[in-house]
Design a protein around this ligand. Structure first.
Ligand code: ADP
Ligand code: ADP
Ligand code: MG
Length: 453
């Protein structure tokens, strides 16, 4: 096992990784921006290195400073968390070339799955169904029109390097595609450094089902079952995630989990990763992409499998092999996570910043809170608005939903606006209660609320 790990991230995920290190008896190093000086991940770490000013580019995305911090503190490995460098093959390469260990998959796997077009090709090669669309990236608008005509409208234009719900644009017909193509290219270039786009069939009312995989460096690759993340905002960002998925037959569950393992195995995958699918009303499912990192919503899988995913990431990177088999991974109960964000539901979910004067989270049986925040915390404008993840566990889904409603009711936050009031209303909705949601649920819920108001 390592003796010291540097955590190249901030916020709740940095705290999450440091806790895992502590439980494993490993020392942790925090890197932080000046804006995060008083942050919990800084006080939790055994050592800390300031790597720059407030903005991400000046600090958490400053490659040289992050690597320097590892060198000067003598860390042997780097955990990238999610976001930031977590899906950067170049970062993983740089870490490797310094003789340090990147806690995650190989740079080769990251490259193979990081580009949505390459990833779909890998999935197809592994006999995993993909959403119909262009054969790889489309070089110009004519090729895009050709591909769209072949699959039929509506289609999506997607940045092959996109992520976090950004870089996806719905197009209803050829005229709209002609207008949108160059704008989408320019946006992709500005956001992701590549203007490559692919065309994809838009699935109507799909559910988002994803499968957690975990593999060791000796070649054993398993799945830890699925999560459902169909409750997404207007920008395709997940709001509520649960495990297991809703209303899946045992056979469907087995098929989708086995497909995920095939896709991951095809790129020689090890460590933790997630294979994302769209699950259509017909019961067919399609590979979307693979996220080659720990995901925001990993706790719901931990709650229903009893496994600590982040500890496994570290143990696998240190050379340990998985001591259990697929049949040993069992599901128990139901878990739901709600992302608590500093966003104002009364003002189009605009980011809300300032001092949190009151922070009174719920805490009772079956409730877990992953956060870096407490009373007096200053929410700065520099970072992602997520301030906590509220995770509940129940004997079954109905039990978990009731507990989530009670926990949200109890949660008191003052000083800044948060999405908690919105989450309370969402969770009370009959369709959510029934588990009958698809990715269009929140948009139609917002529409309903407008009509009522
Ligand atoms: P997931 O599939 O894991 O749910 P998301 O795309 O919803 O992925 O969330 C990961 C995104 O969160 C990153 O792509 C990034 O935009 C953002 N992010 C990066 N770092 C942090 C952080 N420390 N805290 C919260 N969000 C972050
Ligand atoms: P990202 O890299 O931003 O996470 P994904 O390809 O995983 O992008 O898609 C994010 C979300 O966008 C999906 O969960 C789904 O809600 C929506 N989406 C993506 N592709 C399609 C599609 N072909 N049809 C319908 N919805 C889609
Ligand atoms: Mg995705």
């Amino acid at each position: 096992m390592f003796t010291k790990v540097l955590v190249a991230n901030r916020g709740e995920i940095a705290c999450r990784v440091m806790r895992a290190c502590r439980e494993l008896g490993v020392k942790s190093v925090a890197v932080y921006s000046q804006a995060d000086e008083g942050s919990r991940h800084v006080s939790m770490a055994d050592e800390k290195v300031c790597i720059g000013h407030g903005t991400n580019t000046e600090s958490y995305l400053n490659l040289a400073n992050v690597l320097m911090a590892a060198e000067v503190t003598g860390a042997e490995a780097i955990h990238p968390g999610f976001g930031y460098f977590s899906e950067s093959a170049d970062f993983a390469d740089a870490v490797r070339s310094l003789g340090l260990k990147f806690i995650g998959p190989s740079p080769e796997s990251i490259r193979a799955m990081g580009d949505k077009a390459l990833a779909k090709a890998a999935a197809t090669g592994a006999n995993v169904p993909v959403v119909g669309g262009s054969d790889g990236a489309v070089p110009n608008v004519d090729k895009a029109l050709e591909a769209a005509a072949k699959i039929g409208y509506p289609v999506l234009l997607k940045a092959v390097a996109g992520g976090g719900g950004r870089g996806i644009r719905a197009v209803e017909d050829a005229e709209e595609l002609k207008r949108a193509f160059e704008i989408a290219q320019a946006e992709a270039l500005a956001s992701f450094g590549s203007d490559a786009l692919l065309v994809e069939k838009r699935i109507v009312r799909p559910r988002h089902i994803e499968v957690q995989v975990l593999g060791d460096e000796q070649g054993k690759l398993l799945h830890l079952y699925e999560r459902e993340c169909s409750v997404q905002n207007l920008r395709h960002q997940k709001i509520i995630e649960e495990a297991p998925g809703n209303r899946l037959t045992e056979e469907a569950r087995r098929e989708i989990c086995e497909a995920a393992v095939r896709a991951a195995a095809s790129v020689g995958y090890y460590n933790a990763g997630t294979v994302e699918f769209l699950y259509a009303e017909t019961g067919d499912f399609y590979f979307l992409e693979m996220n080659t990192r720990i995901q925001v919503e990993h706790p719901v899988t931990e709650e229903v499998t009893g496994m600590d995913l982040v500890q496994w990431q570290i143990r696998i990177a240190s050379g340990e092999s998985l001591p259990f088999e697929q049949a040993d991974v069992r599901l128990q109960g139901h878990a739901i996570e709600a992302r608590i964000t500093a966003q104002d539901p009364e003002n189009d979910f605009a980011p809300s910043t300032g001092v949190i004067t009151v922070w009174q989270p719920p805490g009772f049986r079956g409730v877990r809170l992953d956060t870096h925040v407490s009373s007096g915390f200053v929410v700065s404008p520099y970072y992602d608005p997520m301030i906590a993840k509220l995770i509940v566990r129940g004997e079954d889904r109905a039990d978990a939903v009731r507990r989530l409603a009670v926990a949200l009711e109890e949660f008191r936050i003052e000083g800044i606006a948060t999405n908690v009031p919105f989450l309370r209303r969402l969770v009370a909705h009959p369709d959510f209660q029934a588990g009958a949601v698809h990715t269009g649920f929140v948009p139609s819920f917002l529409q309903e609320s407008l009509v009522e108001a």
